[in-house]
Design a protein around this ligand. Structure first.
Ligand SMILES: *[C@@H]1O[C@H](CO)[C@@H](O)[C@H](O)[C@H]1NC(C)=O
Ligand SMILES: *[C@@H]1O[C@H](CO)[C@@H](O)[C@H](O)[C@H]1NC(C)=O
Ligand SMILES: *[C@@H]1O[C@H](CO)[C@@H](O)[C@H](O)[C@H]1NC(C)=O
Ligand SMILES: *[C@@H]1O[C@H](CO)[C@@H](O)[C@H](O)[C@H]1NC(C)=O
Ligand SMILES: *[C@@H]1O[C@H](CO)[C@@H](O)[C@H](O)[C@H]1NC(C)=O
Length: 341
């Protein structure tokens, strides 16, 4: 008899939903389903943002049509300090308490409340024509890591703004908070720059370009979902498209054959070969313009400079490098590289 009772008790806690990632603490207080009136999604901007997320939309629109009387139709959000900016280390903790009478969220920053709303969204179950939460529940949560990112490469295959937003939606649902946007590479420069208009000749097609408005659109879309966007302008390796259209002098080995059976002779890890010539002063003038403009476009305090996969032999194709070595035979490629470090 006792055993049977235990079995029954064990199934009482067996709710269907499991928020992802698992909250630090989740305590189901009972199993009395709470029907809720999705009309309240209309009343708050943060909630509208949430409603806008692709997976949420169909659910909540259907729910509104069925709107239940007497269900929970409000939510109380308390944010200690809504001026805390969305930057590395922003407090994302929150408490979410749902019972038969109310939904309460409190958090230190806006970003915590946004995370709480994502959890709330995951708690909603649709079954037999009804939208409900399976019981009263108390959640305390904070992320284990301040940087939870995805790196997106739009420099080998162009990705439309729409596709990038879809990626942001999916990141948002699982509470990832950093989009590391690898915008440019050897093959492609899809970003329009006012300060160096010719760079955009490094785009594949006229329609495959990011305007200033596109960038702002993506940043705002991510921001509203608590996601930072970190731009990466990869250099001095992985640099060719755009530069080659504007001023070839800032490049080294751009016409070399990238590969050889001997790895030490490679001028690139993959074709086409090309690196910024770091002994050319014009390179720095160009990079200064790029950094000034791109850092103005993005709001994050972090800027990714790339700096990966430099190939030593590429610089043997640079006259400046050859002359630099000739001028002092004690100089080496490692010595040149240390200019960057
Ligand atoms: C929700 O999405 C619609 C359609 O994409 C858009 O016009 C609207 O600005 C979005 N609302 C918010 C608050 O993001
Ligand atoms: C709120 O956060 C901002 C930004 O971090 C900070 O400057 C300000 O002092 C905070 N206000 C309070 C009352 O803590
Ligand atoms: C680069 O600038 C430095 C400092 O102004 C100057 O000494 C050097 O000759 C310049 N090099 C080239 C290749 O123009
Ligand atoms: C490249 O130049 C350096 C410095 O002059 C030299 O030591 C090295 O052997 C060269 N490498 C190749 C593959 O020519
Ligand atoms: C030549 O280069 C070496 C290595 O960088 C350096 O220690 C030395 O001072 C240089 N000699 C001259 C005359 O500049």
């Amino acid at each position: 008899m006792k055993l049977a009772l235990l079995t029954v008790l064990a199934t009482v806690g067996a709710v269907k939903v499991n928020p992802l990632p698992q909250p630090q603490s989740i305590e189901w207080l009972n199993e009395n389903a709470i029907v809720f009136n999705p009309l309240f999604w209309k009343q708050n901007t943060i909630l509208k943002l949430l409603k806008n997320q692709s997976l949420a939309t169909s659910r909540f629109q259907q729910a509104r049509l069925k709107g239940e009387n007497g269900a929970i139709d409000s939510i109380t959000i308390t944010i200690e300090n809504s001026s805390i900016p969305l930057q590395l280390g922003a407090d994302e903790s929150y408490n979410l308490i749902i019972d038969n009478n109310a939904i309460n969220i409190d958090s230190v920053s806006t970003w915590g409340s946004i995370q709480a709303l994502k959890t709330l969204q995951q708690l909603v179950v649709y079954e037999k024509g009804q939208f409900f939460i399976e019981g009263s529940v108390r959640i305390e949560d904070h992320p284990n890591y301040p940087h939870r990112g995805v790196m997106l490469d739009s420099a080998r295959n162009f990705l439309s703004v729409k596709k990038i937003k879809e990626q942001i939606d999916i990141m948002s649902l699982v509470k990832l908070n950093v989009l590391h946007w690898h915008i440019t590479d050897t093959q492609l420069w899809p970003l329009q720059l006012e300060s160096i208009p010719g760079m955009i000749e490094g785009a594949y097609l006229e329609r495959e370009q990011y305007s200033k408005n596109d960038v702002e659109d993506i940043i705002n879309y991510a921001y509203e979902r608590g996601i930072r966007v970190i731009p990466e302008i990869d250099m001095p390796g992985h640099s060719r498209a755009g530069y080659i259209n504007v001023n070839e002098d800032v490049l080294a080995c751009q016409h070399s054959w990238w590969s050889n059976d001997d790895y030490s002779l490679h001028t690139a890890v993959e074709p086409p070969a090309s690196q910024l010539d770091i002994l050319n002063n014009e390179t720095y003038l160009m990079v200064e313009k790029i950094y000034n403009e791109v850092s103005g476009l993005f709001q994050d305090y972090v800027f990714h400079v790339g700096a990966d996969e430099l190939q030593a032999n590429c610089y043997n194709y640079s006259q400046l490098f050859v002359d630099w070595i000739k001028a002092n035979l004690s100089r080496t490629y490692q010595g040149l590289k240390s200019i960057l470090d």
